[in-house]
Write a protein that binds this ligand. Structure first.
Ligand SMILES: [Zn+2]
Length: 99
């Protein structure tokens, strides 16, 4: 399985140039309860649908950036530096639903 990602510095490259940094998570605020901290550190949504992810251009410039990708099809919707990323959108009702 292969697809192309757009590095904000280098442009389009094969996914094998990049390292996957995992889905974007929300850091707990304040002093979290043990259960909340445990969920933040160890659990992921593993969504079947569009999710926001961290990627690093491992074989290139080394930049960390964000991407939105459909995990069912590997369609990359956009990539951007964190400061340039569009605001997170509310999850659509159809996201994650089986096709
Ligand atoms: Zn790059």
């Amino acid at each position: 399985m292969s697809f192309v990602l757009d590095c904000p510095n280098c442009g389009s490259r094969e996914v094998t140039d990049f390292g996957f940094g995992g889905e974007v998570t929300t850091r707990p605020t304040g002093r979290p309860e043990f259960k909340e901290l445990n969920r933040y550190v160890y659990f992921r949504d593993n969504k079947a649908g569009v999710q926001r992810e961290w990627w690093v251009h491992r074989a290139g410039c080394g930049e960390w950036f964000l991407a939105e990708r459909d995990t069912r099809t590997n369609e990359v919707i956009w990539t951007a530096r964190p400061a340039d990323a569009p605001p997170a959108r509310a999850a659509a009702a159809s996201e994650g639903a089986p096709r």
